[in-house]
Design a protein around this ligand. Sequence first.
Ligand SMILES: *[C@@H]1O[C@H](CO)[C@@H](O)[C@H](O)[C@H]1NC(C)=O
Ligand SMILES: *[C@@H]1O[C@H](CO)[C@@H](O)[C@H](O)[C@H]1NC(C)=O
Length: 534
Amino acid sequence: MESGRKGWVYGWLLYTVCVLSLFAVEVTGQIRYSIPEEMSVGSIVGNIASDLGLEPKRLITGKARVFTAESSEYIGLDKENGHLIIKSKIDREELCGEISACSISFDVILDNPMELYRVTVDIQDINDNSPAFPKSKIEKNISELAVHSARFPLESAIDPDVGVNSLQKYSLYPTDHFKLNVQSGASGNKHVEMILHSPLDREKEKHHQLILTAFDGGKPQRSATVQINIVVLDINDNAPVFSQSSYKASVVENAAKGSVVTTVSATDADESSHNIQYYFEHVTSTIKALFSIDADSGEVKVIGDIDYEKHKQFTFKVKAKDHGDFSDSSEIIIDVLDVNDNIPKITLMSVSTAISEDAAPGTIIAMLNVQDLDSGDNSKILCSIDRNSPFKIVSSLTNYYNLVTDSELDREQIAEYNITITAVDGGSPPLSSKDILKLKISDINDYAPQFQQESYNAFISENNPPSTTIISVKAEDMDWGPNAKMSYFLIDGDLNGSPLTSYISINSETGVIYSEKSFDYGIFIFITNVFEHL
Ligand SMILES: *[C@@H]1O[C@H](CO)[C@@H](O)[C@H](O)[C@H]1NC(C)=O
Ligand SMILES: *[C@@H]1O[C@H](CO)[C@@H](O)[C@H](O)[C@H]1NC(C)=O
């Protein structure tokens, strides 16, 4: 604060005479003034002539002058009127710093006769400085676990003024968590600190902003403020919590590797929520081989071949763990959905490879069983055989079928059947399988042999040698194998009173007829018969 030109001067005259051994010149007198600092240039400190009781002319005749050992001259002398005048502004803080008794001294020297007056000017402090904080902001990181009465030192403000003009007190606002404690140290400096009186909770309030004000004791009072930013540091005081106590999901069997089945998620009231890691908890090697969990995202993915026919459901535990030791558990239940990936299987339980052609309709040829490992409609099987065959397939019990003859068989028409049995399941799209049953129709001797011609005529010349081939006859039989094997015989008869066999004979195997003797004339009529081998 500027004192202005008013510059009320405290002056008093000591006028004591003393001898200073240091100086060769006798000190004629001493005078002391007291002025406030910061007086403007030109201000009058005092009138040395009147104060010392000198004649006004004496200053001129004695060539009065100021002598100072210091480099800078703050105060000068006006010889005309004896005024001591401020030559340059005096800043007490610059001159004396923290030392509260501050003065400048100089001598006024006169000649003819030589006189020396010691002048001391006490510089009084004025409240020309505000308190100041070293930084504009104070940053503090304080753990939310900080205990009651924990102390947090703050940087003090500085006010270069002295006495009451210097720093006197502090205030803090708000005081819901912290109160202020100011202690004066041995040197008189004030130590300022905050004391926690109500606990911090990061989860409620992450930041606190306080204002610390420093006041001096001047009139008027000067002050300074500093903002205190408190960051409440998180400590891991909360456990993660899963969003669900169990996660239900489903996955189709044969799901592609990498498919996401479900995503688990846990949250933690702590700041470190993003540090939550997910793990499977005590899972079997089977589950480890089929599923994986991303520790960071909680994504559960398929990594193996899921087969509904092996596992219809998986249940396992999952754990969320924060970076400390807190954790939570949840359950994952994965239903496996059936896909029609199994073809129906036909098993022939008993089968005839051959059946007699006279088998009655309804005769069982084969018993078979069908199975499909899928479930639901995917496992419902329909069994059929080709239409237009003399067979049918009938179900005796679920998944059991009998293949039976449906009409008369005739080996001579069809001697062998390839019966295709088809099993189709009810999936979408359906899967099917086939089995071919080879069935031979065995012959029965149901056909008589028949000559190729109803009658045979043959001619032979007279006087033929005996054993001449006359004719060859041939019969056929529709049956097969032994049932078709034939022998030829002549039916007994007479010719001119002699048995027929004395004239001709037949080769029973080939049907070739020979003459037994020479014939003279005429035409023979004969009949052959043919017999099947039985
Ligand atoms: C407070 O913590 C932050 C983050 O850990 C850090 O960058 C900063 O320097 C700390 N401040 C103080 C004053 O310790
Ligand atoms: C039955 O199938 C076989 C081949 O496996 C074939 O040689 C035969 O001619 C077929 N029979 C009929 C009556 O189709």
